[in-house]
Design a protein around this ligand. Structure first.
Ligand code: ADP
Ligand code: ASP
Ligand code: MG
Length: 437
């Protein structure tokens, strides 16, 4: 069985939903995961923000605008009055639910319940549309089987067992539709897999049912060799190794959620990136195969802070690095890049929530310097160290850019630079020019 995920733009209007229905109704049994219609999750965050600020009229105004948007989609999506009124009844229930938060205390728990409504709306509307056109589909409630544990990690055993149970109730359906992004946490509360997390839902479900293939359908024809939002003339990469795709996703290629490759890689299920607007385009196939000795793509991760700890006395003493890393660990702050010299160590982080405490503790071991507003530029490809010349080419391309840190050798698949945010566009373009033109 294949697992197909359609992102926000792919279901972003009545016409797009009809297009997705055409794409998936081919007589093959499949699981279809949908995101919320594009813009909806942002709207729901905005509504929550009004509730947090106790500006009830602001929240209600935004809710009314969003409801009207959905009512227009319903009018266009269904042809019969019967289906239109059923869809409107569902809208009414969901939007009444949103309004009901004006009467309660508003916390993160309420916000997560609000955010879940986007995917609940899109899947209910799409399923109803398939019913109207006579397709054999069923809606599987993700909140019944998608679960994360105490550490916010997916509970894969629970997911596999409960998804199988859901499917077993209706084994003869052709299209199983479910919500991306949303889940329950260890305490049974509504939660989610973070922004862009529908990709993660797709790979978790793919692994849970041991799918033949996981397809991520979006608004571009596969993983491009550079970020199309900053570089003109980027091109799709036909084939990527799981490791290469994981590096690109982690280091900012927005087309994939950072964690989405791991479950597919562990289960060895190929992931295909495809374009809803151009379904015949080959896209990108991510699997255990890669193009040998080739630099494939570049990505950039924003919002990075560099921290340098200088200590001539301590570095060579054994245990110094452990003590430094333990400080980050104790504040649950992952490190992205690390570079060392005889007198100091530099690391980069993207989560600065506990920065003050971290710096305070690090000062016990040396002099601490911070650089904010940095970006990691990550060059990805098959680059084992025997393969001479690629690093000179990559570093040469960056000759005009001030570089704060360089990292290579953590894997065969990546060479990374830490630079100032203001140099990001210039660096991405310089790399495209030197590596792909
Ligand atoms: P969806 O809503 O379908 O999940 P996203 O907006 O999350 O879609 O991801 C697709 C977008 O990712 C593209 O429109 C593109 O602007 C952006 N993007 C960033 N880097 C890349 C890249 N290397 N290749 C392709 N798309 C990329
Ligand atoms: N709707 C969610 C978001 O906008 C999840 C997703 O689209 O993947 O982040
Ligand atoms: Mg996405």
């Amino acid at each position: 069985m294949k697992v197909l995920k359609f992102g926000g733009t792919s279901v972003g209007s009545a016409a797009r939903m009809k297009n997705v229905a055409k794409l998936i109704c081919d007589g093959e049994q499949k699981i279809v995961i949908l995101s919320a219609m594009s813009g909806t999750t942002n709207n729901l965050i905005e509504i929550s923000d009004y509730f947090y600020k106790n500006n009830i009229s602001g929240a209600l105004e935004k809710i009314n605008i969003l409801q009207q948007k959905y009512a227009d989609v319903v009018d266009e999506l269904y042809s019969s009055d019967e289906y239109k009124s059923e869809a409107k009844l569902n809208l009414k229930n969901i939007f009444e639910y949103l309004r009901s938060f004006s009467k309660s205390v508003f916390t993160l728990f309420e916000e997560k319940a609000i955010l879940a409504q986007g995917e609940l709306l899109s899947t209910a509307m799409f399923h109803l549309y398939l019913q109207e056109i006579g397709e054999n589909s069923i809606l599987l409630p993700a909140l019944e089987f998608m679960r994360i544990d105490k550490n916010a990690e997916p509970d894969t055993a629970f997911i596999a067992e409960n998804l199988a149970k859901q499917i077993a109730t209706q084994p003869d359906k052709m299209i199983y539709i479910t919500q991306g992004f949303i889940c329950r946490n260890f305490y049974g509360e509504i939660d989610n897999l973070q922004r862009g997390g529908s990709d993660y839902t797709a790979s978790l479900i793919g692994a849970a049912v041991n799918a033949d293939e996981i397809q991520i359908w979006t608004d571009i024809d596969g993983m491009h060799n550079n970020d199309p939002r900053f570089v003109e003339g980027t091109k799709p990469v036909p084939v990527l190794h799981f490791e290469e795709a994981a590096e690109l996703a982690y280091f900012g290629a927005k087309i994939l959620h950072p964690t989405c490759i791991l479950p597919a890689k562990l289960a060895n299920i190929p992931v295909r990136l495809l374009n809803t607007m151009e379904p015949k385009a080959p896209g990108t196939l991510i699997s255990t195969k890669s193009k040998k000795g080739k630099i494939e793509a570049v990505a950039a991760k924003d919002g990075i802070t560099a921290i340098k700890i200088k200590s001539g006395r301590m570095l060579l003493a054994h245990g110094f690095l452990r003590k430094v890393f333990e400080i980050f660990e104790s504040y649950h702050t992952p490190i992205d890049m690390v570079t060392t010299s005889e007198v100091g160590v530099s690391v980069s982080i993207d989560n600065v929530k506990r920065l003050d405490e971290i710096v305070n503790d690090l000062k016990k071991f040396g002099t601490v310097t911070i650089d904010k507003d940095m970006v990691i530029i990550c060059v990805v490809g098959d680059m084992p160290f025997e393969n001479i010349g690629f690093q000179a080419k990559v570093v040469g391309a960056m000759s005009e850019i001030p570089v704060r840190m360089i990292s290579y050798g953590g894997s065969n698949y990546n060479i990374s630079f830490l630079i100032k945010a203001e140099d990001k566009r210039r660096a991405l373009n310089a790399l495209s020019h030197a590596l792909f033109n």
